[in-house]
Ligand binder design. Sequence first.
Ligand SMILES: [Zn+2]
Ligand SMILES: [Zn+2]
Length: 226
Amino acid sequence: MSAVPDGKKLVRSPSGLRMVPENGAFNSPFSLSEPQWVPDKECPRCMQCDTKFDFIRRKHHCRRCGRCFCDKCCSRKVALPRMCFVDPVRQCAECSLVSQKESEFYDRQLRVLLGGGTFVVTLGTSEKSETMTSRLSNNHRYLFLDGESHFEVELSRISSMQILTDGTSPGGATSRPTGMLLHYRPMGSQEAQQLRMEAADDKKVASLWLAAMHKAAKLLYEARDQ
Ligand SMILES: [Zn+2]
Ligand SMILES: [Zn+2]
């Protein structure tokens, strides 16, 4: 275990080397914990193709689901940023597909979220609104909203998120996101607060940012259900 400058540390698990925050309280809300590995004695056969394990056909555990497979069914090494692995790790066919899709989120949407977008923000049922830049914090834990005033919303305190669209695309075509309605519980408060964000001047960037937020929400719910 060795400390590195930005509050992260390297830890070695049976599955590989991981780079995690020094303080577990600062884990990314998108992160998943490592699965329990199915014990060797409970899997005499590959859980995919049913090949019997022996001296030659060795067992391999999928790093994402912890199930036990032969080499053929668990040979792909795929990046798994949600478990903080430094290098690509061995995964079964099913898991590697999911992880590949998530890589797209990490490579593209996450960058869009960190970059930010400009919105007209209304808190609660207030008549007053303010033009603010909204971006995800570097540790992914907060939405920072900056304008004349500043406030932040902790992602773990969001109870519902609704993406608003322009609704001009009948016939099932994907309509463009134009805003977002959030409900969250501010720190130290029992009551849910409503936050409405509508795309401001640069609608294209705002629209990309909202689409990215929509993907982020799916990952968040998965991580919570774990
Ligand atoms: Zn197999
Ligand atoms: Zn798997």
